[in-house]
Design a protein around this ligand. Structure first.
Ligand code: BGC
Length: 318
């Protein structure tokens, strides 16, 4: 029988009705953790996940909460302790994108993303830390009082035009994680981030499901494949185990090399590969443009050939 690495632990996973959060909640549950499945608006998949975990002999509860709202976060953690007595692992994952060019971005679009992707992480981490610090810990033991894991993004270091709210929140998550790791280390609380690259989920589906979009994405991924939620979930499980007891204040990039400046992979501006790279980037930009807010609402540039070919012709002498 498989050795269950999170047996006896309680994990709260925010935004776990879909995508990366769902894969993490499933993987942690399969490793023996009791799981608090949190959703914001979409209850059915959260209930399905609970049923799936229970069928496998696991324990789970489902709690609706908007993690950007302090009262909801309080209720989420109360529900967790009511159901399972305590919390050992927090995975702050709930996140949204509200993309717009900076010139058009509304204060609401800015605020919604900061509330969910940054303030929500702070609120959940604070609630978790309050719970973890109730425990007595042995400073010599190779086990933490609790683990806080932020699911961040490669955009905690890669700037992202057209997504200033998102990239700013993720940049903030990096410093939130490091500062909390520093502040809470004496309490034997570990705090880390996973920064996923392009992972196939609903958040970026409009891009990866088109041929141009997925080719463009792949041009940014040296390892040559778009990630799956399970790629992140496996790392999240491991980071929560005592095998990772000496890891705190770190971001693990699970990105197939997206943060390796792939534009420089063929000698940068000195080789020929930059032309191919530039062409693929154009395809990607076009796909993002087409599916993004500008593309949806402005029909003035909607012809692929007119948009790409003149530029491509300059870059790739035929
Ligand atoms: C975003 C995705 C994007 C990926 C790589 C993630 O944080 O949510 O939409 O594909 O970063 O750019």
């Amino acid at each position: 029988m498989k050795n269950k690495r999170l047996q006896g632990k309680v994990a709260v996973v925010t935004g776990s009705s879909a995508g990366i959060g769902q894969a993490i909640a499933l993987a942690m549950g399969q490793e023996g953790a009791s799981v608090v499945i949190n959703y914001h608006a979409n209850e059915a998949p959260a209930q399905e996940l609970k049923a799936r975990l229970e069928e496998g002999g696991g324990k789970a509860v489902v709690v609706q909460a908007d993690t950007g709202n302090p009262a909801d976060v309080e209720r989420l953690f109360r529900a967790a302790t009511d159901a399972f007595g305590t919390v050992d692992i927090l995975v702050s994952n709930a996140g949204i994108q509200r993309d717009a060019a900076v010139l058009d971005m509304t204060l609401e679009e800015w605020q919604q993303v900061i509330d969910t992707n940054l303030t929500g992480y702070f609120l959940c981490a604070q609630a978790a830390a309050r719970e973890f610090t109730k425990r007595k810990v042995d400073p010599e033991a190779r086990t933490a009082a609790g683990h806080i894991l932020f699911i961040s993004s490669v955009h905690d270091i890669i700037p992202w035009a057209g997504h200033v709210n998102y990239a700013t929140a993720k940049g903030g998550v990096q410093m939130l994680m490091k500062t909390l790791a520093q502040e809470l280390a004496p309490n034997k609380i570990r705090v880390n981030s996973i920064a996923p690259g392009a992972i196939k989920t609903g958040i970026n589906q409009e891009v990866w499901e088109t041929r141009e979009g997925s080719a463009g994405m792949l041009s940014l991924i040296p390892y040559g494949r778009i990630g799956e939620p399970e790629d992140v979930a496996k790392v999240a499980v491991w980071l929560a185990t005592d095998e990772a007891d000496y890891i705190t204040g770190t971001t693990l990039y699970v990105d197939g090399g997206m943060t390796l400046y792939p534009g420089f992979s063929d000698k940068g501006c000195c080789g020929n590969g930059y032309k191919r790279q530039a062409y693929r980037q154009l395809l990607y930009r076009y796909a993002c443009y087409q599916t993004g807010p500008l593309g949806r609402f402005q029909n003035s540039v909607n012809n692929f050939a007119n948009f790409v070919r003149p530029l491509a012709a300059e870059l790739i002498p035929l």
